[in-house]
Design a protein around this ligand. Sequence first.
Ligand code: HEM
Length: 417
Amino acid sequence: MSTSDTEVANLDLLDPTALADPYPVFASLRAHDPVHWNARYKSWFITSFDDVTAALKDPRFTSNRITPYRENVLSRPGTDPLLREAFGVLDDWMVFKDPPDHTRLRRLLSRAFTPRSVSRMRPAIEAIAAELLDRAVEHGDNRIDLISDYAYPLTSSVIAEMLGVPREDRDRFKDWSDQISGLVFGSLGDDERHRRGARGMKELTTYLGELVADHEKSPSDDLISMLISARENDDSLSHDEVIATGVLLLFAGHETTTNLIGNGILALLDHPEELRTVDPSDPARVNGLVDELLRYDGPAKSVVRLVTEDMVWRDKQMRAGERVFLFLSSANRDPSAFENPDTFDASRRPGRQLGFSAGLHYCLGAPLARLETSIAVPTAINRLSGLAPDPDDSVSWAPTLLTRGMTRCPVRYGLTS
Ligand code: HEM
């Protein structure tokens, strides 16, 4: 092994320095070993733009990472029966499916998730952002946590409102969502996390089951009603699929967007001139800004696939069942795809970055995430003048290979209006 190979093999993306700034580690991986077997995580790390793009479109990498995980978890002695039910819900998530099952669900859901249903959320998003900032300013001590006081309540209220979840019930979603996250992203052997995840899933599906039953009797114009009525030829979503999809949308719909809003505000505090150059009434420029936020420091660090067959891929011997991390964040900083990739530049031509993935699983909620971010980021920066990271406190980054997001982001601001 050369020195650089040894260095690359020892890089740990969960090391606190790499969590705060993973981009030097990615640069090293891309330069020395772009298709890297990581012994610590017993997984492949794929980091270049071309390889990540190719792998996302290669059916030999399956999205179904839930079946082997479920089998492993359920084969452990003394498995909680609720876990079996919880995995039954995850089985219905399109994000874990390959064609043709994925094709069917995606088609039915795309019909319910129309651009119209997203754009009509604009006034609600603007009102929620303004209300949260008013509340923060009333606090009076010129400090807030951008994540827990702003980005998180904003995105969770928006998806709950879209689904038709009554306001008074929304606080319960944070706990359920955190618990389910422990199941989806948990590791084998973490039995207590799995048990809590299964309980959270049970409570949330019971809650959504009642909501779906109400909507079946009296439909309205929210997303749950659209899921119930989504139909193509003789096909529609079953009752269980509507509930599972509701859980998926609640889950997929706010954590990532929270992180884009948080990362986006931080990026713009470092590059204030970039926000000033964007005319908020020019949709193309706003879209370009959001695209650059996704490229520069997007919230989906990686997506996971499993190898389906023994094969040689980019000169590396891969074995069926091996796990593969496709690092979108690294692809988005690849100098072979982006000029000066470490420079934030809102005037780049949008469309190339992989922050929402690519191929069959391209983020279904991308239009909603774009709309929320394009409202939430400038609104906070304009309302909280003098906004800056709190010099007496520090940001903390979520310790995971999958997401790039802050668990807390304390900031201070100056003049309140
Ligand atoms: C899929 C990122 C917001 C719903 C994905 C994937 C990524 C992603 C990378 C692909 C996963 C894979 O290939 O395995 C993001 C980011 C967001 C965001 C960065 C915010 C900035 C949302 C929102 C919703 C949503 C707001 C819904 C309300 C979905 C769904 C899928 C998905 C349903 C599965 C699509 C499929 O499997 O065909 N998202 N997402 N996402 N996202 Fe998002």
